[in-house]
Structures are given as C-alpha cells and as structure tokens.
Design a binder for this molecule. Structure first.
Ligand SMILES: N=CN[C@@H](CCC(=O)O)C(=O)O
Ligand SMILES: [Mn+2]
Ligand SMILES: [Mn+2]
Length: 312
C-alpha cells in the first residue's frame, strides 16, 4: 500500500512580485520539492500527515486530514527570507480509516531516515496522533541520547485506550521509552487543569512530566523552559494549536476557552528554535472545517514561518 502522495502543483501558489526585484520572493517560489520522501542531507524536510482517524477514535470533530495542504497554501504566500529556502516538501502521508497504524509507521520511518541523513523534520498534522509517529521517529534516530519532548497544548494526551488515538501519543511514547529502558522526558506547557481529568493529572505526576499551566504561562514558561533545555541533548517540539484561545484559533477539534495567546507562545518557540537542540517540530490539530475566513490557518502558517526562520 503506497500511503505517500505528492503535493498537487496547484497548492504552492501565491502573488508573484518577482518582476519588482530578484529577491521579491514568496515561499511558493522558493520551496524545494521532492516527489519521493528522499532526504537531501540538509535543510528542513516538510512532511504532511493527512490524518484525522486519531481524532475520530478520540470522539473529536474530524477534519484535520485537510490541514497539511491548507497550511501549505497559507504558508506559500508568505515572504521567503533566506532561511525559508531550506524547506523541501516531501509530500503527504495519506491515512484512510483503520490504516492509521501503518501510516504512523510510515511517518516514523521517514522521520528517522531524514534525521539520520542530517535533515530536520517539520510535520504538518493531522490530529495529535501525529506525535506518536513523529516522536518515535526522532527517538529511533538518536538512540542513547536524551530526547526531550516539549508539547504546547491544553491537553496532556496521556490517555489509556485500547488503540492509538489523538489523546494517547505521549502515553505511547512513554511506554516505548520504558520498553527500551530509556528515560522519558516530557514537558507540557500551556496545559489547562480544567481540560484534563484528575486521572490524567495523576498520570502526568507518575511520569514526572514537567507542567506549566495556561494560567501561569506568562510567568513560568520561559524559566521552566531554560531548565528543560539544559537537560536535553535533542528536542522534539509539538504544537497542538488548541493551546491558543478559541478567539485566535477556532479551527480545532477542541477549542480552548482561555488558552495561551500566540504573542505569549512565540518567545517560547523562539527560544526552543534558537537552542541549537531542536531536531523536529510539528503543528497539529488544525481543522479547516471550523476556521473563520482562513484566520486560524494564517496564524498556524505564521507559526510555521517563524519556526523555519528561527531554526536557521
Ligand atoms: N488530542 C487530544 N485531545 C483532547 C480532546 C479533548 C476534547 O475533545 O475535549 C484530549 O484527548 O484530551
Ligand atoms: Mn490539545
Ligand atoms: Mn494534543
């Protein structure tokens, strides 16, 4: 079964200013493309995980499968600065129904291959089931190293369930680390106590998860981050867009009543990108079906733009 699909040529399009100056370029004009998921040995591999089966299994609102191409379109019309020329689009892994586990395996393998070839990986999900696949791919690429997972999210996503969902990725990663007798390092920043049961909170305590609640984000996120980074060899950053307030980010399955505004998230994201330890990043849970005039997609694309810019 070939789960990989190349990106349709009409996705990377935008306003053409190139007659004004040779460097008046937008991202759709500088993004490199690879029809096969072949690492080039440098730069950032962009991979879409077109999947919402995990959200469906987690009783959420489906629609995130359409997010990778919506994000590409929004990103494509943004100005391309030097750093953005390092992006290579490798296409989408497309997931249909029960094939979720096979698709997660395909993403993990592609991530490991890219990382071992010297590329960093930027994945556009998909529901948060993306993170089990992306995180496992990073862990496999760096055995014996301390890979720290930093999740910006209203939710802990440490659920017990009989199969993988968008609510289980960090529990799956914790079990995977335990199987390999490897330490599990997980920080969840922006988490809402009101959106996670006591059972999940207890599970976070059992797994020694570093937490910063949404209410404390402004005061605590940067100092906690410094300590988290100091213990890391490599970092995997996963951004669940439902960490932001519903007013800023309506385009998710589970919008946040309070949330952490993008203005407060960005200094944290910048610090992680500039740490020299960031190997992998993703943006998950964008659901274009609940967007308002493309505003959520634009904000998500701006986060991706900043990540590529600061990561250089
Ligand atoms: N990705 C995870 N999502 C949340 C969904 C919560 C909700 O639907 O209210 C979780 O499982 O906790
Ligand atoms: Mn969430
Ligand atoms: Mn999540």
């Amino acid at each position: 079964m070939n789960l990989w699909q190349p990106v349709s040529p009409d996705i990377w399009q935008g306003r053409d200013d190139s007659s004004e100056a040779s460097n008046a370029l937008r991202l759709f004009q500088t993004v490199q493309r690879s029809d096969t998921p072949t690492p080039s040995g440098e730069g950032i591999a962009l991979i879409g995980f077109a999947c919402d089966e995990g959200v469906r299994r987690n009783q959420g609102r489906t629609g995130a499968a359409g997010a990778p191409d919506v994000l590409r379109r929004a990103l494509g019309n943004m100005a391309s600065h030097q750093s953005h020329a390092r992006l290579t689009d490798m296409g989408n892994i497309c997931v249909e129904g029960e094939a979720l586990e096979a698709a997660q395996q395909a993403l993990s393998e592609a991530v490991t291959t890219c990382q071992q070839a010297g590329m960093r990986t930027l994945v556009f999900g998909g529901g948060h089931e993306t993170a089990w696949a992306h995180g496992r791919g990073v862990l496999d690429a760096f055995p014996g190293e301390r890979v720290v997972i930093i999740n910006l999210d209203a939710h802990l996503d440490l659920r017990h369930a009989s199969q993988a969902t968008s609510g289980t990725p960090f529990r799956q990663l914790a079990l995977y680390c335990a199987e390999q007798q490897r330490e599990f390092h997980y920080a969840c920043l922006g988490v809402s106590r009101a959106a996670n049961t006591r059972a999940l909170w207890d599970e976070a305590a059992r797994l020694n998860v570093t937490l910063v609640e949404d209410l404390d984000f402004q005061q605590q996120a940067l100092p906690v981050l410094e300590s988290t980074l100091s213990h890391a060899d490599r970092v995997y950053l996963t951004i669940d867009l439902d960490v932001m307030p519903a007013g800023e980010m309506p385009a998710v399955s589970a919008p946040a009543a309070l949330g952490v505004p993008a203005r407060d998230l960005l200094p944290v994201i910048e610090r992680i990108c500039r740490s020299g330890k960031l190997q992998a990043a993703d943006l998950v849970e964008l659901n274009p079906g609940f967007d308002r005039d493309g505003q959520g997609a634009k904000l998500a694309a701006r986060l991706a733009w900043q990540i590529a810019h600061w990561w250089a």
